[in-house]
Design a protein around this ligand. Structure first.
Ligand code: C5P
Length: 205
């Protein structure tokens, strides 16, 4: 069983994907990490993130050991969305993601184009979303809980900017697949989102 999960930044996809993977006993691939690692490595090397050919070369050179370290932060997310617009980057990552999805027994993958491009034949497609305000509020609270000084308005602007870049790009833009089950987590807590996702999975099994 292949479960494809897409949606905008900070909608709760990652948490949900991990929980579904544990619940159904499937391996999980956070595909955002691939784009984050490429963006991070290019920035560290002083390379031009807006150069499609250079970004493609970094994508083709990506190796498992590049996926460790601190890639979860906002800066890496922003770098990721800049390199993710380039077709050579996306092409370089297709085979790895499809091979992961083709594991015996299946897999859970989350990202922006899993249901539309990477796994168009996935058994279950979920599109996890929430209003930009709710996502910015959650991210702000997460950072505050870590003792970081953050400004909600700035986070909201970042969320909107990333949405615009991910949805507006020409190649593999963020959008729900036609057959995706949309889960809006604006008014759902984690357990509510998990229950909605399990209901969608169980209905298609
Ligand atoms: O999901 P995450 O926030 O880690 O993704 C970081 C960025 O990587 C996204 O904003 C998006 O631009 C890009 N991405 C993508 N396709 C994916 C996963 C991530 O374009 N499948």
């Amino acid at each position: 069983m292949i479960i494809a999960i897409d949606g905008p930044a900070a909608a709760g996809k990652g948490t949900l994907a991990e929980r579904l993977a544990a619940h159904y006993g499937l391996p999980y691939l956070d595909t955002g990490l691939l784009y984050r690692a490429i963006g991070r490595r290019m920035a560290d090397a002083g390379a031009d993130l807006d150069d499609p050919a250079a970004a493609g070369a970094f994508a083709r050179a990506l190796a498992p050991e590049h996926l460790g370290g601190d890639l979860r932060g906002r800066e890496a997310g922003d770098l990721a969305s800049r390199v993710a617009v380039h077709p050579p980057v996306r092409e370089a990552l297709v085979a790895f993601q499809r091979a992961f999805a083709a594991r015996p027994g299946g897999a859970v993958l989350d990202g922006r184009d899993i249901g539309t491009v990477i796994c168009p034949d996935a058994d279950v497609k979920l599109y996890v979303t929430a209003s930009a305000e709710v996502r910015a509020r959650r991210r702000t609270d997460e950072l505050l809980a870590k003792g970081r000084a953050v400004d909600y308005d700035r986070i909201l602007a970042e969320v909107r900017e990333r949405d615009a870049r991910d949805s507006g790009r020409v190649v593999a833009p963020l959008r729900p697949a036609d057959d995706a089950v949309v889960i809006d987590t604006s008014d759902l807590d984690r357990d509510g989102a998990f229950a909605a996702a399990c209901a969608a999975v169980d209905a298609r099994r």
